[in-house]
Design a protein around this ligand. Structure first.
Ligand code: ADP
Length: 574
């Protein structure tokens, strides 16, 4: 019963702990997701803010050309100088102007360039094309040698795609990854941002109108790695890692940028990441953001694990407590029940024995009178029958007497009246009393005692009763023809009495029980013999009252030895 209750408490406790742990884990995971989303949003905001700034810069550069188509390279440079680009925007590699020149206008364009001080201005790659979009001016920064002047970007597919989109939409357009014509930082990938410039005063409401009105582009070349690092610094904790792929390039050529710790964070257990396609000025990139679990504090991350441990320990503790309490209650209950049963038994015992003794004694007297001839002459058969009745009544009285003694003992109502007597003599006398019943079973009782008396301070009545029990048991539980030995000696300040037989013996497991009240142990003779199960109980109690002790050694089929120790009486010899 208590096992079930304990397991139930433990089960409920552990389930609750597991449930709580799982909830906490989910909520921590949600917190991590929230922190991650915030970081991603910050990064995106920072990127948009920076690009919007670049867009504004390009709009004003384009505006410069629009108000004065005659500007020179020197003026272009002078216009951009105050922005202090090399220091403030180190990712910008150059800001340039490319004019949109139709074939018919090509010679006029070249003439004007050369007239404006660019004596050796040529367009490359050379060739006959309908449209040329050569770099007119180029202000180069950090490591850019402005070699691109004269380069017709319209001949390159990546650039042309962005330019056409800019023309058609009227909005800035970003290219995919390109390598600059000018020598730039160790050939790292860049992108170009084209801002369309339309003819002053022309209507640009439709695609056709815009295509007709296009005169050129202000454009910017940006080093992707530096830009990413600038955004990275400005936007978020360095815990977030980024990988950027060009969504419009084929997979062999689509790598754009990856922050240094990207692989490490992606490989970390419990990190969060997702990939989104982001369109920057009409060009799509695949951006993967990876956030490590460290986006949350150590304390928060350890919360579920700690809660689980606390839950397990608490469950075990309560299960243990329940186990203890239930067990204790059951123990108390069992003890109480046992005591109640014992009290009831004792009451019954005392009542029964007292009530039974008087009528049994009266029967004995009347049967005795009949046998003595007070009721007239009896036939032999009647005498036989009465003798049987007398013996039976005798045994009944014996049992009643034993029960009475038990009742008295249990009620502590036995007062020993001790005197010094010779134990050898006592044992010879007890043995003598049993000789007849032994002889009837073909048994022999031998008493071995020293010639000199062995004195002990005992109550003659009770000590006789004790030895009487031991001998009658020996006779009862020894098969016909067996032998019974009684010995007495002094040893180490004690009187030692042994009553041994070669009878049925008592199995090991039952040996401790035989001294308990109403205990009868089954053996091959027990069904044939009378017994109440209180003989050894009484014997043990009586010996204890004499400050002695009793021991049993027995083996089934071999025999039993009961050894009684009693204190010496000084002087023990006369
Ligand atoms: P009982 O009235 O049954 O003899 P006792 O208290 O005297 O009660 O003995 C308890 C049990 O111990 C007996 O039922 C019997 O099985 C066992 N017993 C006692 N003495 C002997 C013995 N000498 N040999 C074998 N068994 C014994």
């Amino acid at each position: 019963m208590h096992v079930v209750v304990t397991v139930m408490v433990l089960g409920i406790g552990l389930t609750a702990a597991g449930y709580y742990w799982n909830n906490l884990r989910q909520s921590v995971q949600m917190d991590l997701r929230t922190a991650y989303d915030r970081q991603v949003a910050d990064t995106a905001r920072s990127a948009v803010a920076r690009l919007t700034l670049y867009e504004s810069l390009l709009r004003s550069s384009g505006g410069l050309y629009k108000i004065n188509e005659q500007i020179t390279q020197a003026e272009w440079d002078a216009f951009h100088e105050p922005y202090d680009i090399a220091t403030r925007y180190p990712d910008i590699e150059g800001i340039g102007l490319s004019q949109y020149v139709k074939r018919a206008d090509l010679s006029e364009y070249l003439r004007r360039r050369r007239a404006q001080g660019d004596a050796d201005y040529t367009i490359y790659p050379q060739g006959n094309r309908d449209v040329y979009v050569p770099v007119t001016f180029n202000a180069g920064y950090i490591g850019n040698n402005s070699k691109s002047r004269g380069y017709d970007g319209y001949t390159d597919e990546v650039r042309r795609t962005a330019m056409d989109r800019a023309i058609d939409t009227g909005k800035p357009a970003m290219t995919g990854k390109v390598s600059l014509v000018s020598e730039s930082r160790s050939g790292r990938p860049s992108f170009l941002l084209y801002m369309p410039i339309y003819k002053e005063g022309a209507s640009v409401r439709s695609v056709q109108e815009r295509q007709a009105a296009i005169v050129g582009f202000s454009y910017m070349a940006v080093d992707i790695k530096s830009l990413a690092e600038a955004i990275y610094d400005a936007g978020h904790s360095p815990n977030l890692a980024i990988k950027v792929l060009d969504a419009e390039a084929d997979t062999k050529n689509n790598f754009v940028y990856q922050s240094e710790d990207y692989n490490f964070i992606m490989g970390q257990n419990g990190s969060v990441s997702d990939t989104r396609t982001i369109s920057f000025y009409g060009h799509r990139y695949r951006v993967t953001f990876a956030g490590p679990p460290q986006l949350l504090s150590d304390r928060e991350r350890q919360l579920p694990g700690q809660a689980l441990w606390r839950g397990i320990l608490t469950s075990v503790f309560f299960a243990g407590l329940v186990w203890y309490l239930v067990n204790d209650r059951e123990r108390k209950y069992a003890r109480q029940k046992q005591e109640e049963v014992q009290t009831a038994k004792d009451d019954l015992l005392s009542l029964a024995s007292h009530q039974l003794r008087t009528p049994a004694t009266v029967v004995k007297q009347y049967v005795g009178m009949l046998l003595q001839g007070y009721g007239g002459k009896l036939s032999d058969q009647q005498i036989d029958m009465l003798n049987n009745a007398y013996d039976s009544n005798e045994r009944q009285l014996d049992i009643i007497n034993q029960l009475l003694y038990v009742a008295r003992l249990d009620a502590d109502r036995i007062q020993l009246r001790t005197e010094r007597l010779d134990v050898s003599t006592l044992l010879r006398s007890v043995a003598h009393e049993h000789e007849q019943s032994a002889a009837a079973r073909g048994q022999r009782i031998a008493v071995k005692a020293p010639k000199r008396a062995i004195w002990a301070e005992v109550d003659p009545h009770y000590i006789r009763m004790a030895f009487d029990n031991l001998l009658s048991n020996a006779v009862k539980y020894t098969p016909e023809g067996g032998s019974i030995n009684v010995s007495v000696r002094r040893s180490h300040g004690r009187v030692v009495v042994k009553v041994s037989d070669n009878g049925v013996g008592i199995e090991q497991a039952a040996q401790a029980r035989v001294f308990e009240k109403f205990t009868r142990v089954e053996n091959e003779l027990s069904t044939d013999v009378n017994g109440s199960g209180v003989g050894l109980y009484l014997t043990n109690k009586i010996i204890l009252l004499h400050h002695g002790s009793i021991e049993l050694a027995s083996e089934v089929g071999v025999g039993s030895v009961f050894t009684v120790y009693l204190p010496f009486s000084q002087p023990y010899e006369s």
